[in-house]
Design a binder for this molecule. Structure first.
Ligand code: UDP
Ligand code: MN
Length: 311
């Protein structure tokens, strides 16, 4: 009777050791998995932003003038995709104004994708307003010779004044040209605007960036670091500010003017709405660049092949 008992005891010990080892291995790999999961979570929070949807009662009205050229569709798709991502954090109304006699099927079909997505946080308004011939750039003119996007931005201002009632939920207007590059983090900054918010813009005016200079003690915008010195009070690019729509509704006649001197479009517009000392520095007190004034080269001598691209 003794032998079987020893056998049972020994078998139990071996069995116990096997179980213990297996459990040990499993729990080590469990810790490893947990670590990897945590790292993954941290990374998706870092880039480009957490995709967790948050409810923010602010709506940003993004005003995009656009005109036909070979890169137009490529530009607009980038803007659309940026806004789709941004709409995870804040409501977006995209006002697209074509520089044309009529709305084109290219833009209409592109905007239809927003209808198809059926997410109320991203909606759009489609307008058209043709730049008068005498204000249009000639083929050989340098870009700076004429103001660009004036007619279209003014059409958007008119739409806003006709369609938005004052004293509702917070609404911010942002002039979002179709050819710049936007970090989605910018839209979370724009949502913070109270009256007029400002931030740095990369690759503009011959500099790596232009920026408001903020007094570290008072947090007030003192002046601007910009590519060319001038008498401008607001030495800012169009992409460098967001305005509370209440200000636009209060000043019923403030528009962009062809009469502004070259380089003074933003300055003259803002001067009618706000004083410099009231500007709100955003993007971590103007230490972060979330928008770049990029320009896509227009491809020359493209060979045209027929491709059935209905969209
Ligand atoms: N734009 C337009 N019609 C034109 C030229 C420009 O509607 O004849 C638009 C353009 O698509 C962009 C904005 O106006 O959204 C500013 O134009 P651009 O990028 O050429 O100007 P820049 O960045 O050099 O100031
Ligand atoms: Mn541009």
């Amino acid at each position: 009777m003794k032998k079987p008992r020893i056998l049972v005891g020994a078998t139990s010990i071996v069995f116990f050791i096997i179980i213990w080892k297996l459990y040990g291995i499993e729990s080590v790999s469990g810790v490893e998995e947990l670590k990897q999961e945590l790292e993954y979570q941290e990374n998706i929070n870092r880039f480009p932003l957490s995709l967790e949807r948050i409810v923010n009662p602010v709506t940003i009205y993004c005003v995009t003038p656009t005109y036909w050229r070979l890169v137009q569709k490529a530009e607009l798709i980038q803007v659309l995709q940026t806004l789709t991502l941004a709409s995870f954090k804040v409501n977006i109304k995209w006002i697209v104004i074509e520089d044309s006699e009529q709305k084109t099927s290219l833009v209409t079909n592109l905007l239809k994708r927003i209808d198809d997505a059926g997410d109320s946080r991203l909606s759009y308004v489609h307008l058209n307003a043709k730049t008068p011939p005498f204000q249009q750039l000639k083929a050989k003119d340098p870009r700076w010779k004429k103001h660009r996007g004036v007619e279209q931005r003014n059409a958007a201002l008119k739409w806003i004044r006709e369609n938005i009632k004052p004293h509702g939920s917070k609404k911010i207007i942002f002039f979002m040209d179709d050819d710049n590059t936007y970090d989605v983090r910018l839209f979370e900054e724009i949502a913070k605007v109270d009256k007029v918010g400002v931030w740095p813009v990369g690759l503009v005016g011959g500099l790596n960036l232009e920026t408001p200079i903020v007094d570290p003690k008072t947090g007030e915008v003192l002046k601007f670091k910009s590519g060319w010195q001038s008498k401008r009070v607001f030495s800012l690019d169009m992409a460098a500010f967001g305005i509370n729509i209440e200000l636009i509704l209060n000043k019923t006649i403030t528009v962009f003017s062809y009469r502004s001197e070259v380089g003074y479009l933003e300055n003259d517009f803002l001067s009618e709405l706000i004083e410099k000392r009231q500007l709100e520095p955003l993007a971590n007190n103007c230490t972060k660049v979330y928008v770049w004034h990029t320009r896509t080269m227009n491809p020359e001598a493209l060979k045209k092949i027929e491709l059935h691209d209905e969209e």
